[in-house]
Design a protein around this ligand. Sequence first.
Ligand code: AMP
Ligand code: GLY
Length: 429
Amino acid sequence: MILLRMNIMILGSGGREHALAWKISKSKLCDNLYIAPGNGGTSLEGENISIDINNFKEIKNHVLIKNIDLVIVGPEEPLVRGIVDYFKHDNELKNIKIFGPGRNGAKLEGSKDFSKEFMFRNNIPCGKSKTFNKDNLENGYKFLEKIKPPYVLKADGLAAGKGVLILDDLEEAKKELSKMILDEKFGDASKNVLVEEYLDGIEVSVFAITDGNKYLILPEAKDYKRIGEKDTGPNTGGMGAVSPVNFADEEFMKKVEDQVIKRTVNGIQKENLDYKGFIFAGLMNVKGNPYVIEYNVRMGDPETQVVIPRIKNDLLDIINNCLENNLEKLKLDFDERYATTVILAADGYPNNYNKGDKINNLSEENNTKIFHAGTKRLDNEILSNGGRVLACTGFGKQINEALSNSYNMAKKISWKNKYFRNDIGKDLI
Ligand code: AMP
Ligand code: GLY
């Protein structure tokens, strides 16, 4: 059999994209691999191309120049802005494969109001909520008066993970609702704001790959979103992750599949959403039952850095079969070991932090893998270049062993302004 090898372009520059690039570079179906714009680590897996991922015209030029066969979209923004539709409607691009949902499918992440209505219509378990804007703000205050604290306020649109406020005090909740809507605290994203029932439980991220009809469930993960230990301080993109998650046992995952994943994919089909890609359900486990907090139309970061290394199958083969509606041909095979990742951030993140610090001791030990995020390569040096800088992934038969591999590396790697949480995975031991 002749293997048709493909030229691949991955869009994005985070730890997620390094993990995807690392996995894809090992595929027997991969010919040339490009990462746009990539980071200091992705340039070890393929060639970085310096472009703006929201400039579709520029992406098109490079796709044609480099003879790309398949584009894999890492982050949500180009998806929500309609990159998949752009490809499908362009004469020179329409035969080039692109992996990710179309604009209407990406609304599952791009509009929390849309995704909530989708959940209600499709009987997917989630917290009750109502959406308010400047025309019915008074009703929003009345609604807050009727419900019990804590009050959950969510900006409808994309707000880089910062658009959710959880408040204990009614007057403060009203004030914040007004700031979000009238003062556009999160810009256009908070013109519409959801007031949502508070869900008391423990979070887990569940991932699937779907062609809008069939699906395959990937390993689940737990993310640690707050900057400070014991889940304190402001939210970040995520400071660490663990996979598998012990409380997501067979009984819980059966409920997730039946009540969340199947109903989501059926809804996508019934409502004619254009969807071939990853889907990520952020869930709250409330007394053993899953509730959807949010959908993301992409993989998670840093969850990808523990989920992808546990998939033994060829990822390009999975993506290809998804794009060709052949998912039923595949059976996924997972590494039974634990994977854990600890994010090394620049001190000060998620607020102000330094860039351009030289990073030392980047060599990997056994059962570890370093994924780069905010780094850049300058001559033969690696410099910090963002808030979340590196992800130290460790593997082990027991969670303790994986964590100690992650932490050994986290301590060894050094630069002037390194910060990491010391308690990743501790709650799961
Ligand atoms: P989101 O951007 O929707 O993922 O929300 C950010 C974080 O806020 C989530 O990871 C949860 O920790 C928290 N959160 C969101 N919605 C709720 C809710 N209804 N009840 C409790 N916590 C929530
Ligand atoms: N780690 C959470 C996210 O990627 O949205």
